[in-house]
Design a protein around this ligand. Sequence first.
Ligand code: CDP
Length: 222
Amino acid sequence: MSFSVAIDGPAGSGKSTITKKVAEDLKFNYVDTGALYRSLTYNFLQNNLKKLEEEKIKNILEKTKIKVLFDGSIQRQLINGEDVTEKIRTKEISKYASLFAKSKNVRDYLITIQRNLAKKENVIMDGRDIGSVVLPNADVKIFLTASVDERAKRRFNELKEKSLSLEEIKEEIKKRDFQDKNRQIAPLKKTDDAIEIDSTFLTIKEVVDKIKNIILKAKEVK
Ligand code: CDP
């Protein structure tokens, strides 16, 4: 039987870096669900949709085929045959992804796809609602957090061209936190059975080791 791990948390909490590393070390498939929201967002913007209009969203989704491929440790997304893996990492898409993530049609469309990805193989999936909605029976649930200041600093250091100031990034993160925590469907929240890890004062390696230990212990008893 396959083993599943859910990692949820806000933007900049270190989810993707840490999840990728844990997946590599334990030979699990790493599923980045944010990339799926980003890919659909790319498609909406290509269709000139910048507002949360459910009827239009539904029509576009009916004509949309998303394919997820695993290329070593890289997850690739194809939208109607177009590889959008690199194209979805823009500021514009970061901004609009949390808007379209509020849509019921978008969340319904992605839930089956995400669950199917966890059916056959051991998987570690990161997102906002993995432990609460997508994989409520996950074998391990982690809720990763860090202070807003620390998360903004991490995002700022990641930016190559420093096109935004630290203060602007902090404001953008706060806005996204608000949208993710307060939306009606599948808001970001820690479930009672999730283990919370605050990474503000921890190195990547410390967090990775902590999570690996939790997973290995849980695997022993399964
Ligand atoms: O990596 P970062 O935190 O910037 O964002 P992401 O994981 O790529 O996700 C982009 C956006 O999609 C987030 O801000 C959320 O609004 C949304 N999302 C979601 O609602 N549920 C998920 N399971 C994953 C992402």
